[in-house]
Structure formats: C-alpha cells, structure tokens
Design a protein around this ligand. Structure first.
Ligand SMILES: [Zn+2]
Length: 195
C-alpha cells in the first residue's frame, strides 16, 4: 500500500527558508555570513528544485503573482503545478527510519530526486546538495555546461563540425520516461556535417 505523506510543500518551505548549508554538510540558521555556505531556498518567491535550481515557471503566470510572492510566498508552494513538479524527498529515507517532519524533507525535481543519495547520514545528503548547486548551470535538471562540453568533445571524436548542428533534425529518444544527457549531445552531434 502506498504511504501518504502529509507534510505539505509549504510546511517544508517554511522550515527551510532561513537555513543555510555549508560545504561540510552542516546546516545553519539565519547565518548568512559564513563563507562557503549557500541558502537552501535561493529566492522565497520562486519555487524551484533545491538541488539543480530549475524553476516551476508556470507560477509566473499566476494572477497577482508579484503580490502573492511578496505577501505570502507559502501560497505558491501548495499550488498543484508546484506540487507536481517538486517532489518531497526524504533526507534520511523512510525505510531507514527517517521521519516525515519538514526537517527531514527537501523539495527536489524528479531528476534530482532520482540522483540524490539514500543515506543514513544527513551530512552526506547536504554535501551532495552543496556540490550539485555549485557544479554548473542547470535547466530542468539537466547540466547545460556538461551537455555543451560533451557535444564539442563528441564532434571532435567523430570529426564533425559542431557549428553545423541543426536542432530541426535532432531526434531524441527517451527511456523509462527520462531523457539522458548523453542522448541529447549524441543526437545533436548526429545532425552535424563531417569536417
Ligand atoms: Zn533538480
């Protein structure tokens, strides 16, 4: 039977909105001066994955978005589109005895949820978050810098001209509901002319 998780997205936001994570995997509260620390919630008014930073862009279209974001950003976190885009991810997994308290939950996109470590030591989880946040430009869970550099590498190996890439000809296949980063740069390299 599927377990129900009763902790709301807004309760999780409320708990984490004033917390910071250090590179050592420590959690600090309201301490914005510690070097090498990042806020868990970058911008209260912009619900996003707390690992890769991809936004739930549909909230920008909400009527009176600016006013809601300013007065009570919690409202944004319990919207259906935000709830479906951001998973409530256990820091210590339920199977390992982790609780459903907001302090043991993090808001992550599906891709980051899949990638996140299952660990009994919360420090490992926070360290992973810290690394992910500092490891390049992410968009919808995809590492854009990584895709671009792999694409150039791929073209070099195949002796193709990367500047002839044609997005209209690109065919990307997915498996298990996910698109792999390798599928994207490989498919793009397929469209390039030989040197
Ligand atoms: Zn993510």
């Amino acid at each position: 039977m599927k377990r129900t998780l009763n902790t709301s997205h807004s309760a999780i936001f409320e708990y984490w909105k004033d917390k910071m994570i250090t590179s050592d995997g420590e959690v600090l509260k309201d301490d914005f001066n510690t070097p090498d620390s990042i806020p868990v919630v970058k911008d209260w008014a912009e619900p996003c994955c707390w690992a890769c930073g991809c936004f739930v862009e549909s909230v920008y279209k909400v009527k009176d978005y600016q006013e809601i974001a300013h007065k009570n950003p919690r409202v944004l976190y319990d919207r259906a589109d935000v709830k479906s885009k951001l998973n409530r991810c256990h820091i210590i997994p339920h199977q390992a005895g982790g609780s459903d308290e907001a302090s043991n939950l993090f808001l992550l996109c599906e891709k980051c949820h899949d990638e996140s470590p299952d660990t009994q030591n919360p420090k490992n989880f926070y360290k992973w978050i810290y690394k992910k946040r500092n490891s390049g430009l992410y968009c919808n869970g995809f590492n854009v810098n990584g895709i671009i550099s792999n694409f150039f590498e791929e073209c070099k190996e195949r002796k193709k001209n990367p500047y002839t890439a044609n997005l209209d000809l690109m065919k990307v296949f997915q498996h298990g509901g996910h698109i792999a980063e390798s599928s994207i740069y490989m498919a793009l390299a397929d469209t390039c002319d030989n040197l």
